[in-house]
Design a protein around this ligand. Sequence first.
Ligand code: E4P
Length: 216
Amino acid sequence: MKLFIDTANVEHIREMADLGIIAGVTTNPTLIAKEGRDFNEVIKEITSIVDGPISGEVISLEAEGMVKEGIEIAKIHKNMIVKIPMTEQGIKATRQLTALGIRTNVTLVFSVNQALLAATAGATYVSPFVGRLEDTLHDGIQVVSEIRDVFDIYGFDTEIISASIRTVKQLADSALVGAHVATVPYPILKKAFTHPLTDKGIEAFMNDWENTFGKK
Ligand code: E4P
């Protein structure tokens, strides 16, 4: 499973990219607004940090506007993926952008049927929102798992991005059920590096070394 970072914060993206673990980035209107910066400027900066798929979302609600915006987003950089909401108009736009050779990420997916419709329209990625499903006491990981089963049975090339990740367990479970990608917020990525036994183990190794050989 590849790891994307789910943020528009360039410092956080740079830090994780420097560690060599980031294969791509997802943004959405909320994340861009949080940074309070111009969309094109932030996106361009992100493309200069990460050489992988970067999702930028349209804000139009009608297919025609989505396609127009999508064409502009795709022009920003060869790595751009046009993020489109999972609506009838979104699916229409996905089909049209796919026909133009523009890659898409159908977002706000909460069911197997929505994922199936997006894949049928030629979406490059679908993003089931695990955290938001689990916020409402639904099993988000099971939805990811079932989407994977359906894509495998019917041979869809569409990749699943496990999104709206809120916990390290959701990250691990996404990998276990076969999400192709997990897009993970910065604090959860930081947490995923750690384990109390790792810290304890390092401390014991250092103490044993120093007790025998002295300080470095
Ligand atoms: C997906 O690409 C979205 O940007 C994101 O995962 C949404 O997460 P949220 O539910 O934490 O807003």
